[in-house]
Design a protein around this ligand. Structure first.
Ligand SMILES: Cc1cc2nc3c(=O)[nH]c(=O)nc-3n(C[C@H](O)[C@H](O)[C@H](O)COP(=O)(O)OP(=O)(O)OC[C@H]3O[C@@H](n4cnc5c(N)ncnc54)[C@H](O)[C@@H]3O)c2cc1C
Length: 460
């Protein structure tokens, strides 16, 4: 008989954990998975899925407005937040049940409990039960972090609570400049809230292409979102059913809700990691090698808890690769280069590969191809919006090393462009591809003129 109760104990039933557990079980391992909240994790309960449903809801307003130019006369549209939240919750419950069924079918034993490490081979459940495992996989994800302690911070909500608000706030202040802050700004604004986005840096979406950041900010402002940069929330004071929000600039605004989207921290505390010998990396995540193995031989970690590329498909891929490596006899490292990503803002951003700034820092010669135009749909609707499409090309090899899109459908475009970028397609390959007309994406294959550097153009 084995000295272990299970071959694999998975701590955390989110994107990474569910995939790893299922694949390991399919490889023949005896797997147990502990989840303390809801199966499916952040993505399903309070991340990608509910967020995107809210984004869809928020976009109807623009569609209703745009319809007039196309001859439609609509009645007065009203929106009911509780209906949206109830319908969203129903879909999440359905997904959670589906995850449950899939895992059970694969033979995984699911425990609804918090789990921590007692030592490298021993996992302790909340009720004190202990299980011995040959391997442990930690995939506990991350949690919203609020940054500096300020007066009244306890009144701020994170994205977790934003999904469960009892009513749509009339006025919202959102602190943060990352994709979650920007997306919620679009959601609330689209649903009818007055939104102020405040960010301490010089512009939103740090790490994205500078021109994309500038372009998106301008469009968000055109659509009524107030964006204040170089500034922070300094204090939140309750004031008769709402809040008086003081900024570091000294200005005040009144808000019904204050949301902080100021980053996420890996869930590594009180997990028994140190005692088991699991090292933490400088970025606060669990340190792992390319096979997601930690500093302890039989303990692995995947997903946001490792703070590598914090996206659902990456966690899934890492979880799958772990299972193949340890239980499938097929050592698999995950390639984190050229991961496409999107911001479901208004307008949307889709991107893959190097930004112009990164390319200029890494390559001997960088060429930029760029198109900015009013989308066809906006001609009759009169919507004040502009699409940006930008290709970053290695000037010596002609390889397309980055693709950035701002506009309707940008996420879908970036997913497909990512195949070409990942394959190492050249600008000549893009040019040889026939355009599909009339689309936004056709500009990807019709741009012939090199464009001036954005950094240079901005400085001039
Ligand atoms: C608002 C928001 C929007 C997002 N939008 C997108 C998007 O559009 N696209 C995208 O790709 N990614 C998006 N993400 C990121 C994505 O959700 C994460 O990258 C992904 O969920 C990471 O998966 P994971 O398995 O590492 O962790 P998680 O999905 O967070 O799962 C970790 C699980 O572990 C459980 N857990 C934690 N500690 C313990 C413990 N000690 N014992 C038992 N269980 C424990 C948690 O309850 C949780 O269910 C978004 C995230 C947020 C917050």
């Amino acid at each position: 008989m084995s000295e272990y109760d299970v071959d694999l104990f998975v701590i955390g039933g989110g994107s990474g954990g569910v995939r790893a557990a299922r694949i390991a079980a399919q490889h023949g391992a005896r797997v147990m998975l502990a989840e303390e909240y809801r199966l499916g994790g952040t993505c399903v309960s309070r991340g990608c899925v509910p967020k995107t449903l809210l984004v869809y809801a928020s976009r109807f307003r623009a569609e209703f407005d745009d319809a007039a130019g196309y001859g439609w006369t609509l009645g007065h549209a009203t929106f009911d937040w509780p209906t949206l939240i109830a319908n969203k919750d129903r879909e999440i419950a359905r997904l959670e049940a589906a995850y449950h069924a899939t895992l059970e079918k694969a033979g995984v034993t699911i425990v609804k409990s918090r789990a921590t490490l007692a030592d490298a081979h021993c996992v302790q459940l909340a009720n004190g039960d202990r299980l011995r495992a040959a391997y442990v996989l930690i995939c506990t994800g991350g949690t919203p972090s609020y940054g500096d302690q300020i007066p009244g911070l306890e009144h701020a909500i994170s994205s977790n609570e934003a999904f469960q608000l009892p009513e749509l706030p009339r006025r919202v202040v959102i602190q943060g400049g990352g994709y979650i802050a920007v997306e919620f700004a679009g959601i609330f604004a689209g649903l009818g809230s007055q939104v102020t986005l405040v960010y301490r840096g010089e512009n939103i979406l740090r790490g994205f292409d500078d021109e994309v950041r500038q372009h998106l900010r301008a469009d968000m402002e055109k659509h009524g979102i107030r964006v204040i940069t170089g500034c922070k929330v300094a204090a939140i004071e309750p004031a008769g059913g709402h809040f008086s929000v003081r900024f570091s600039s000294g200005n005040h605004v009144t808000a019904d809700r204050v949301m902080f989207a100021t980053g996420r921290a890996p869930n590594v505390t009180a997990m028994g990691l140190k005692e088991a010998g699991v090292e933490i990396a400088k970025n606060g995540g669990i340190a792992v090698d390319e096979y997601s193995r930690t500093s302890v031989e039989n303990i692995y970690a995947v997903g946001d808890v490792t703070n590598r590329v914090n996206l659902t498909p990456v966690a899934i891929r890492e979880g799958h690769a772990f299972a193949d490596t340890v239980f499938g006899g097929k050592p698999t490292a995950v390639d984190h280069a050229n991961v496409p990503t999107a911001v479901f803002s208004d307008p949307e951003v889709g991107t893959v590969g190097l930004t112009e700034t990164q390319a200029r820092a890494q390559l001997a010669q960088t060429d930029i191809y760029k198109a900015m135009f009013k989308p066809l749909k906006a001609t009759l609707s009169g919507r004040d919006t502009t699409v940006l499409i930008k290709l970053v090309v290695d000037g010596l090899s002609d390889q397309v090393v980055g693709c950035h899109v701002v506009g309707e459908g940008a996420a879908e475009i970036a997913q497909v462009a990512a195949i070409a970028v990942k394959m190492g397609a050249s600008k000549a390959d893009f040019d040889a591809t026939m355009a599909l007309h009339p689309t936004t994406a056709e500009e990807l294959v019709t741009m012939r003129q090199k464009s001036a550097s954005y950094a240079r153009a901005a400085a001039e």
